[in-house]
Write a protein that binds this ligand. Structure first.
Ligand SMILES: CC(C)(O)[C@@H](O)C(=O)O
Length: 600
């Protein structure tokens, strides 16, 4: 933020719409924006041009309600003296896009950078929601670094089935088990799953969407209280109006993403993520946003800052409640306030988009429903953050400790004075097709002592790093009451899954990672107290297998099916480093450096 407020003559948009040095080009730029009824007063005089980065469309049902909310955003912008220009962002729907919406995060990022940089935009409202839309837009705002504020579309209303809450995503994994165990049929599966999505909005569970929207608020990029409001509630429209008004002031204050998303803000977000029981996708996305700002943030930080933070939020999949309950309990401000009461928010002084610090915004906020958002004294778990696992199979992989069963936690994690490591036999699958084909075949040899491994599911291998490491035990084990087995993978897992998996393994099998060397029957040791995963093979055996793999042409991935898949594979970095495009983070503060050249 500069001490000097921006004056109308400094507005970036005036280089297009009111450039006294170049009247010819000014006329050219202006005339097309006049052609749908905008006036000279709105475009060329003292009003900031505010972009609305619209992620809602029929292809993106979780964000679709933004098409309605944008009307209230416009009202807020206009009332505050700005002019609105709404533009589409490449659609991303986690549950709809094949082979994975993750492939499109960087595509949406790239296109949004071009829109923000190449057009006359002074400030932008980022219409965030379904998983990848949030990081894509924050990454773009980070690169371009014009004033930006985020607005969540909000979670769906709570789902209900026979008097019980059914959470989106989370119910799918349960329904899969019921189907495999023969307790429901296909129609029962469909009906049960559909109960979890009763309205517009994104997942009502603490899946990746609610996590990322909450963290956008914890980072300071949304107005306080914005993230948790359910999509259909009246407060959502009111928040849209206020968000539209605030961005106009932010332009005059020159309050930019780099002022808000500082190292201190990321540390706060890491702590809040643990208190929420947030998704394992959060480290990927926040590491990516940080890289685009030039802020240091890595998976070790997530363990160092986050691991000892307690679980305060009793939301599925780590708990029992859903989005409406979260909002009524006070949402992000209550979580932050409870952390602050115990001196557990790393940086209360971090600035937010309303011009106040997060401490000023939330310091006196407390939970209104003490069972839904707990105090530190009544926490669901004393430590709930991620463990950054390492070993001889990968350099980094994320384990969400808040979903480890009590039995497993007591035995393998909570007793560092008498550490015990878990050992099991590997059953390895090359992608989800292989898994679904073989998991129930007795010849595969899955037992209660198995460790299920999925490879070929990372950024280069899949391509895009799909949410396919949700592996259930075999039907035979499910019928015997074994509901989960340790899982490891170089792909991702849905944030709505309560399965304690070791995910996002980097480097992936398709990028020289040692998961490619595993064979069925290998013995694996998982030592949670040391945060290590090792296959019990000596270096000579691993080297021999590596040679054999190379001689055979290396780990095989399916061919790229589209041009973007091929470009993505060539450019993408590992999940542990945010899965960004190589070279892209070098472009920083691009709007601050210069204005793009004229086009005619
Ligand atoms: C439920 C989904 C689609 O898997 C995702 O939103 C997540 O939580 O990771």
């Amino acid at each position: 933020m500069t001490d000097k407020p921006v004056k109308p003559e400094d507005l970036r948009s005036r280089k297009w719409f009111n450039n006294p040095d170049d009247p010819e080009m000014t006329a050219l730029y202006l005339e097309r924006y006049l052609n749908y009824g905008l006036t000279m007063e709105e475009l060329a005089e003292r009003k900031p041009i505010i972009g609305i980065a619209q992620t809602g469309s029929d292809l993106s049902p979780c964000n679709r309600h933004h098409m309605e909310l944008a009307k209230r955003v416009r009202d807020g912008i206009t009332a505050a003296g700005g002019t609105c220009i709404e533009f589409p962002v490449h659609p991303i729907q986690e549950t709809g896009k094949r082979p994975t919406a993750m492939l499109d995060r960087n595509l949406a990022y790239l296109s949004c950078v071009e829109s923000l940089y190449g057009y006359p935009i002074d400030g932008v409202v980022l219409m965030i929601g379904c998983d990848k839309t949030t990081p894509a837009l924050l990454m773009a705002a980070a690169t371009v670094n014009i004033p930006a504020i985020a607005l969540s579309v909000g979670p769906m209303l709570n789902g209900w089935h026979k008097g019980e809450r059914t959470g989106s995503g989370t119910i799918v994994w349960k329904a899969r088990e019921l189907l495999a165990a023969g307790e429901i049929d296909d129609r029962g599966f469909m009906e049960l799953v559909a109960t979890s999505t009763p309205s517009v909005g994104y997942c009502n569970t603490m899946g990746t969407a609610t996590t990322m929207n909450s963290l956008a608020e914890a980072l300071g990029m949304q107005l306080p209280g914005s993230a948790a409001i359910p999509a259909p509630y009246r407060e959502r429209g009111q928040m849209a109006y206020r968000t539209g008004g605030r961005i106009v002031d932010m332009v005059w204050e020159n309050l930019r993403p780099s002022d808000v998303m500082t190292r201190e803000a990321f540390e706060n977000a890491v702590a809040v993520c643990s208190a929420l029981g947030g998704s394992t996708n959060a480290p990927i996305h926040l590491n990516a946003v940080a890289r685009h700002l030039g802020v240091e943030l890595n998976n070790d930080d997530w363990t160092r800052i986050g691991h000892d933070v307690p679980l305060l939020t009793n939301l599925q999949p780590a708990g029992e409640y859903l989005g409406e309950d979260y909002h009524r309990a006070g949402g992000v401000p209550a979580v932050v306030g409870e952390l602050m009461a115990a001196d557990m928010l790393p940086n209360p002084g971090a600035l937010t988009v309303n011009g106040k610090s997060i401490g000023e915004n939330c310091g006196d906020r407390r939970s209104i429903s003490p069972d839904v958002i707990r105090s530190v004294d009544t926490a669901m778990l004393p430590s709930a953050g991620f463990l950054n696992m390492t070993g001889n199979l990968f350099d980094s992989a994320i384990l969400k400790t808040s979903v480890i069963s009590k039995e497993f936690r007591d035995r393998y994690l909570s007793n560092p004075d008498d550490p015990e490591a878990f050992e099991g036999n590997v059953v390895v699958f090359d992608g989800p097709e292989d898994f679904h084909h073989r998991i129930d075949d007795p010849a595969t040899g899955v037992t209660e002592n198995s460790v299920l491994v999925m490879r070929g599911a990372g950024p280069k291998g899949y391509p895009g790093a799909a949410e396919v490491v949700n592996m259930r035990p075999s039907a035979e084990l499910l019928k015997r009451g074994v509901h989960s087995l340790p899982c490891i993978g170089d792909g991702r897992q849905s944030g709505t899954s309560g399965s304690p998996s070791i995910l996002n393994a980097s480097p992936e099998a398709a990028d020289g990672g040692n998961l490619a060397l595993l064979r069925d029957g290998d013995r694996i040791r998982i030592d949670l107290t040391k945060a290590r995963v090792d296959v019990l093979l000596d270096d000579a055996e691993l080297a021999e297998r590596q040679q054999a793999l190379e001689a055979d042409g290396g780990y095989r991935s399916p061919p790229s099916q589209t041009p973007w898949q091929a470009i993505f594979r060539e450019k993408v970095e590992p999940l542990a480093e945010g899965m960004v495009l190589r070279g892209a983070p070098e472009f920083r503060d691009v709007a601050g450096k210069d204005t793009p050249r004229n086009n005619h």
